[in-house]
Design a binder for this molecule. Structure first.
Ligand SMILES: NC(=O)c1ccc[n+]([C@@H]2O[C@H](COP(=O)([O-])OP(=O)(O)OC[C@H]3O[C@@H](n4cnc5c(N)ncnc54)[C@H](O)[C@@H]3O)[C@@H](O)[C@H]2O)c1
Length: 271
C-alpha cells in the first residue's frame, strides 16, 4: 500500500505535537493561523507585542481544548527576541516550526517617507524577522530539524503606490527565505514564504473601506474580492506539516488571481 493514502495521508498534514512559534499572533492573519494550527494538534506559542489581544486569542484556543501559550515579543528589540525564544524553549523544550507573521505598513509616498518611518517598517518586517529566525535556527540546528514559514506579500513582487518601504521589506522577506533555504538545508531546516494578496484585516481596512481604492483593487483581482485570513490557513498548514517535506526556498501566492491580472473593462462574450 502506498505510504500516501488513508491514515498516512492524515498524518502527513497533521501538526500533532509540533511546537509552533508564531509571531504577530494577535493580528488578523496571525490569530487565524494560531487557532487553525491548534485545531490540527499543534502546540502554539503565540508571540506578539500586543499582549491583551494575544492573551484573548490564547484563551480562545484553550477554551476549545487546544494547546497554546502567550509570550511577549517586540521584534524591534534584540533583548526581547532572545527572551521570547528562551521563554518558548523553557516551556516546550524545542521549536519545530517558526512562523514569521509580525508586520506593519505605513502608506506614504516615496517623497514623504521620513527616516523614522523607514526604520520602523524595516526593523519590524525585515530586521526583526531576520534575527528571530537566526535565534530560532540556532536551536533547530541542534535538533537537525526545523521548518520556517515567512509571511511575505503580494508586494514582494507587485507594487502599489505609497508602499515603497513595505514593498522593499517584503521583497527582502522573499530574498531572505531563499537564503535560509540555501544555507540551512544542510541542518535539516526548511524555509518557505507565503505571499498573501489583499486580505481583509485591520492592516487593510483603510483600503477596503475607501470606495475608490477598493474598486481599483477589485478590478485587478481576477476573483474581484479581498481574501479572508481563513483562506490562507490550508496552505499554511501544508507548509508547516510534513506534507511539504521536499519544499524549501519557495514562495506561494494566495491572491485570488491578483498576480495573474484582472479585467478593468467589460468585454463581449456570447456567455
Ligand atoms: N492583510 C493583508 O492584506 C496582508 C497582505 C500581505 C501580507 N500581509 C502580512 O501578513 C502579516 C500579518 O498581517 P495582518 O494583516 O494580520 O496585520 P495585523 O496588523 O492585523 O497584525 C500584525 C500583528 O503584528 C504585531 N506586531 C506589530 N509590531 C510588532 C512588533 N514590533 N513585535 C511583535 N509583533 C508586532 C501586531 O501587534 C499585530 O498583532 C504581516 O506581515 C503583513 O505584512 C498582510
Amino acid at each position: 500500500m502506498s505510504l500516501c493514502i488513508g491514515e498516512n495521508l492524515k498524518k502527513l498534514f497533521s501538526l500533532e505535537n509540533k511546537v509552533v512559534l508564531l509571531t504577530g499572533a494577535a493580528g488578523g492573519i496571525g490569530s487565524v493561523l494560531a487557532e487553525g494550527f491548534a485545531s490540527v494538534g499543534a502546540e502554539v506559542a503565540l508571540c506578539d507585542v500586543n499582549v491583551e489581544r494575544m492573551d484573548a486569542v490564547t484563551q480562545r484556543i484553550l477554551d476549545n481544548s487546544g494547546k497554546a501559550s502567550s509570550h511577549y515579543l517586540n521584534v524591534m528589540e534584540m533583548k526581547s527576541i532572545k527572551e521570547c525564544v528562551q521563554s518558548v524553549l523553557d516551556q516546550y523544550g524545542r521549536i519545530d516550526v517558526l512562523v514569521n507573521c509580525a508586520g506593519i505598513n505605513v502608506r506614504e509616498g516615496f517623497l514623504d517617507v521620513e527616516e523614522s518611518t523607514y526604520d520602523r517598517i524595516m526593523n519590524i518586517n525585515l530586521k526583526g524577522m531576520y534575527f528571530i529566525s537566526q535565534e530560532v535556527a540556532k536551536h533547530m540546528w541542534q535538533n537537525k530539524k526545523g521548518n520556517i514559514i515567512n509571511i511575505a506579500s503580494h508586494n514582494s513582487v507587485g507594487m502599489l503606490g505609497g508602499c515603497s518601504v513595505y514593498g522593499a521589506s517584503k521583497s527582502g522577506v522573499a530574498a531572505l527565505t531563499r537564503s535560509m533555504a540555501v544555507e540551512w538545508a544542510q541542518y535539516g531546516i526548511r524555509a518557505n514564504a507565503l505571499a498573501p494578496g489583499h486580505i481583509l484585516t485591520d492592516l487593510t481596512t483603510v483600503t477596503w473601506e475607501n470606495p475608490k481604492r477598493s474598486s481599483y483593487l477589485k478590478e485587478r483581482i481576477a476573483m474581484e474580492r479581498p481574501g479572508n485570513p481563513e483562506e490562507l490557513l490550508g496552505m499554511a498548514i501544508m507548509l508547516a506539516s510534513d506534507s511539504s517535506s521536499y519544499m524549501t526556498g519557495s514562495m506561494i501566492h494566495i491572491d485570488g488571481g491578483c498576480l495573474a491580472g484582472g479585467t478593468p473593462w467589460p468585454y463581449d462574450t456570447k456567455y
